[in-house]
Design a protein around this ligand. Structure first.
Ligand code: PTJ
Length: 246
């Protein structure tokens, strides 16, 4: 039983979710390490959403509202921490959720599928019932994607993963919104839009921002996108960390 007065109560709640997801066969063993890496960067960032992150979340909302076929790609860590918000965003935008795992096993797919089915996700892709096609020039277990999902999409939400997938997807003409507390990771560096923030803070804010911009004129949304530069965003995120040491 967690004590609410503990100074790191929230962080402990999320650790418990991670442990629970591991017990339930949702989280990969190395998902625990990935979470620890995230905690370290979150500590450096100050465990809060910065002004820069808030602006970038708004830009991400504008992307979602102006692209034809966005998809939410999910793995074990994302499912452990924010499955309910993923289901909400999928419903709000009427877009599919696609399971894409590095440590793919039929058991993990079944367990993660069950989570999203119980949350009522209408279009759940990447399950073992799907037809898959490889991502161009990408080797490894993340390469196969659903023919009807990521393969046909123009915008992919990629939370909590590092590797060369974002780079290869961008090279194949797709746009990527990633969520990664580490602004130096390959995924962070190669995405179209990088949200350098904790997924547990990003999701509610992103849902709020999509709702806020839902009825905006498309030209306003496109203007916000054209004023955005991901290199500047990453530089600001890195400087926000450096400032914490001064
Ligand atoms: O579920 P699977 O099989 O697909 O496996 C997932 C792994 C663990 C392999 C995948 O998430 C991964 O590639 O882990 P990495 O390489 O450690 O990258 C995870 C990235 O997410 C790191 O850069 C972390 O800093 C970041 N991260 C971890 N937790 C959070 C986070 N970013 C935002 N919010 C978090 N809560």
């Amino acid at each position: 039983m967690l004590n609410k007065d503990h100074p790191r109560y929230e962080s402990l709640v999320y650790r418990e979710k991670i442990v629970e997801a591991h017990k339930n066969g949702i989280l990969a063993d190395s998902g625990m390490i990935a979470h620890g890496r995230g905690e370290t960067f979150d500590y450096l960032i100050g465990e809060k959403t910065t002004e820069n992150s808030l602006n970038t979340i708004e830009v991400a909302a504008c992307y979602f509202l102006t692209r034809k076929r966005p998809v939410l790609s999910v793995n074990g860590n994302t499912t452990a921490l924010v499955s309910e918000d993923i289901a909400k965003l999928s419903e709000l935008l009427d877009i599919p959720v696609e399971i894409n795992l590095y440590y793919r096993t039929p058991e993990r797919i079944k367990n993660i599928e069950k989570v999203y089915r119980e949350l009522g996700v209408k279009e759940l892709l990447g399950t073992d019932d799907d037809d898959f096609i490889d991502t161009p020039d990408l080797n490894g277990p993340r390469s196969p994607v659903s023919i009807e999902g990521i393969n046909k999409s123009d915008l992919i939400f990629v939370p909590l993963e590092d590797g060369d997938r974002a780079e290869k997807l961008v090279a194949s003409g797709k746009e990527i919104i990633s969520v990664d507390l580490n602004p130096l990771s390959r995924t962070a560096q190669t995405s179209t839009v990088t949200l350098v923030d904790n997924i547990v803070r990003v999701m509610p804010q992103l849902i709020k921002s999509v709702n806020k911009h839902m009825d905006c004129d498309k030209s306003i949304l496109l203007e916000k996108i054209s004023n955005f530069n991901n290199k500047d965003n990453l530089n600001t995120a890195i400087h926000d960390i450096i400032k914490r040491f001064e």
